[in-house]
Design a protein around this ligand. Structure first.
Ligand SMILES: CC(C)(COP(=O)(O)OP(=O)(O)OC[C@H]1O[C@@H](n2cnc3c(N)ncnc32)[C@H](O)[C@@H]1OP(=O)(O)O)[C@@H](O)C(=O)NCCC(=O)NCCS
Length: 214
């Protein structure tokens, strides 16, 4: 009986969110995000439809960071109905308050793990990037000297990426590193100031690419 009630409540709670997603111009992008979050969490789940995946992320995993990404994609709707749905959804599914996504162009598949104190203020973030907690991506000195982050970039816990620099595709930034210079594709940067020590090792690469063996 309790199980049935819980199922019903969840269905009702998810309804405004599903409606909002259906109506959103970013629907396709959000579905790519959902797919990526599921892939990166690599846990067994029942069901393969988008609503089932959404319910799994919202309830089974209870990932607040996913909500930040989702609300970021939805942005500020112009229609009254969408704005009302959005504020209802934010009340039902509060995002993580200490995670700020201030970048106007973020490619599909952004995954943020434990987004405590993470601030993303890049010029652009590519597809399928992975960012951990306590990461800052932003200006170094002047206004608008922001980094451009490539595709499949892995930015480990505590890293800072600052200034008008370019981080190449599949680059990996080690924990607590401070990166202020360009990074070529597939490179690994470590330390403060960060130095490129080699092409990213296989381990780091597959974490970022999401091809995690089952
Ligand atoms: C980037 C990373 C994946 C590299 O791992 P790896 O490929 O196994 O690299 P290694 O451990 O072989 O290290 C290579 C060299 O870099 C150094 N190094 C690695 N990470 C470093 C770091 N964060 N800061 C400074 N130096 C570092 C090692 O000491 C080693 O130096 P040496 O060659 O002089 O001995 C790993 O350091 C990392 O930061 N992982 C992510 C951690 C994370 O975010 N976890 C999430 C927790 S919630």
């Amino acid at each position: 009986m309790i199980q049935v009630l819980r199922k019903l409540t969840r269905k009702m709670e998810l309804y405004p969110l599903r409606l909002l997603l259906e109506r959103s111009p970013s629907k396709a992008m959000i579905e790519k995000d959902i797919h990526r979050w599921i892939l990166m969490h690599n846990r067994p789940m029942s069901g393969s439809s988008v609503p089932e995946k959404l319910a799994w992320l919202m309830y089974a995993m209870n990932l607040e960071e996913f909500r930040n990404v989702l609300f970021y994609r939805i942005g500020t709707p112009t229609k009254f109905l969408d704005r009302s749905l959005l504020s209802l959804c934010k009340t039902l599914f509060p995002p993580r308050g200490t995670l700020l996504l201030a970048t106007s162009a973020i490619g599909p598949g952004l995954v943020i793990m434990h987004g405590f104190g993470t601030f993303v203020d890049a010029e652009k973030v590519g597809e399928n990037c992975l960012i951990f907690q306590d990461v800052v991506i932003g200006c170094k000195n002047e206004k608008n000297d922001r980094p451009t982050i490539g595709n499949y970039v892995h930015i480990s816990v505590g890293a800072k990426v600052l200034g008008n620099i370019t981080i190449g595709d599949h680059a990996v930034i080690a924990a607590n590193s401070v990166v202020t210079k360009d990074m070529p594709p597939n490179s690994l940067a470590v330390g403060i100031p960060a130095r490129i020590i080699r092409n990213a090792g296989n381990r780091a690469e597959y974490v970022a690419s999401g091809d995690i063996p089952a």
